[in-house]
Design a protein around this ligand. Sequence first.
Ligand SMILES: *Cc1c(COP(=O)(O)O)cnc(C)c1O
Length: 458
Amino acid sequence: MSEQSADPRRAVPRTDRVLADERLVAAAGRLGRDLVHTAVRAAQEACRSGRIAPETVAAHALSLLPEAAASLRPVLNATGVVVHTNLGRAPLSRAALEAVAMAAGTTDVELDLQTGRRGRRGAGAMAALAAAVPDAGGVHAVNNGAAALALAVRALCGGSADSGHAGERTRPTVVISRGEMVEIGDGFRIPELLESVGAQLREVGTTNRVRAADYAAAIDDSVGFVLKVHPSNFQVTGFTAAASIGELAALPELAEHRVPVVADVGSGLLAPHPLLPEEPDAASALRAGAHLVTASGDKLLGGPQAGLLLGEARLVERLRRHPFARAVRVDKLTLAALEATLRGPTSPVRVMLDADLDGLHARAAAIAAALQAAGIPARATDSRAAVGGGGAPGVKLPSAAVEVPEHYAAPLRRGPRPVVGYVRAGRLFLDLRTVPAEHDGELIAAVEAVGAALGPEA
Ligand SMILES: *Cc1c(COP(=O)(O)O)cnc(C)c1O
């Protein structure tokens, strides 16, 4: 008998007793019962196999619980890539976060509280977008840049839904330059996207050269639109020629066949940015004569994932009323974040882009000094940041970094507050342009924790 009671398996506390621990009761309120149950079962298993003592089961279960009910974790982006696709592109501003939290409950997204009647969905966000781009006669937002292009194809190439004419002829053709047949990333190709929603591509020019006359020769009554895609993630140099939006918009063939020019500017710059002279922006594209502009919300605009559609009121309305628009409709959280990004304080992406180099160097020196004081072989150094998100491929942003040994990379990435930098020449660089200054303390703490775990030899 006494031997049996010494067996740890006999002493595993019962599930209901562990669950009654007030810390676990509180956790169940926050995370839900399922996650807590799973952690308790894992802790009981650890006890049964003798790895932990029976009286520590509740505490062990608590330590196994995730921070939140969702598995996504906050990561410090020290890569120097401002819009990092693998890290969720643009981080939202505090104002945008608060707007999202507010909209997450029941909200007046489609209700006019004055009249009590149905209102235009996301009217506030659309008004903010219209105010930000006065050159646009109409504005609309969908799920992302790809959805904006898909909607343009459905509405402009598939025959117009609002005409109601059974015999309405479709205009399936999209005219596009061979030099603008772009792969965005992770295998997604704009030409394949267009074809997948029914467009027939009519390619003009060559990889390196295309002229306005090439487009003119390709336009007839089967053309839904002429598409200009910004080749945002690569550069063609040398013997090149391209036709500007202005040249295309001025082609008499366009007016003759009533064909609009659609410009996919990609990055979501609404107006020119001095550091990014090659990056097209929505206002300039519209002024140059584009009838419709598409862009992403979570690249250089610094907002939530969204696809922006800006242009002639008549065209935008046609897209907005098309049945396919419902399939790419943005949710209320996006609308809230978009409006707050447009109306609120400078977005984090913009702050990173415009960060002052002396300030970055001063932060690097202070962080390196703090780490050295903790016995970590850290050094402040120069770095080169990039725009990222498939934007401004030629632009290198001078930056400052803290350099530590390369073998810090994996433990920093796997730590309780993951930090991702970049490795070069056997050293890990933590670029500060993409780390908001208010997170410097957390960055120091994370590196110190890794240094302590690695021991004095590190
Ligand atoms: C990023 C990009 C897209 C796709 O936009 P998403 O918002 O990622 O769907 C399309 N075209 C260009 C030129 C881009 O840069």
